[in-house]
Design a protein around this ligand. Sequence first.
Ligand SMILES: [Zn+2]
Length: 197
Amino acid sequence: MRPTDRSPVHDGGGRVTASAVAAPRRQPPQNGIAMITLTDETLRASFTNATRREVADLTLPAGFDDLDWASLDLLGWRDPKYARRAYVVVPVGDEVVGVVLQQGTAAPRSRAQCTWCQDVTLPNDVAFFSARRSGAAGRAGDTVGTLVCSDFQCSANVRVAPPVAYLGFDVEAAKASRVEALRERAAGFVGAVQNGV
Ligand SMILES: [Zn+2]
C-alpha cells in the first residue's frame, strides 16, 4: 500500500474516532459497525476524499439535528446547492469516514439493484455515483464507482421485515443479517476509496 493513498486530501481535522478509548489500529477492518451520532464538526472532519473547499461548502442533511442515528447504518444525502453532488458517512472499524460522491450523468438501466442494500423489492431509484479516491490517487483522477439508492434509503430498506419464507422463518434474524451485510458493503466501498482495493 502506498502511504499517500491513506492521506486525506484536505488536512482540516483528519478522521473521527468512534470511541475515544478505542486503541488506534494501523489497518482498520472493513467490517461494518453501527452509526454513531455526529456533530457538524465531527461530520466535516470525517471526509477522506474531499478538498477543504468541498468540506467547507457542504450543506448538512435536512433535519440533521433530529436524525434518528440508531436507525442508520450510514448517513447519505444530496447537496441541494450542487445538482450531482452527494455525501455518505460510513462507520469503518473504529472510525467514521465521509466520502464526497458525484452522480453520473447516465441513468442506470431499469431495475438496477443497489449494491449496498441489495433490496429486491426496491421502492426507490438507484443512481450511479463515483468517488474520487483519497490522497494522491484521487488527485491523479482515480475514482471508484457504485450503484446506490438515489437518496441513500438503504438503512430503511434493510429494516423492512422480509416475508416469512417458511414455517419457523426467523424474520428478526433475517433483518439483522441484512443490516450487517449493508454495513459491510458500505464499509467495503469506503475501503476501496481509501485503499484502492
Ligand atoms: Zn440501497
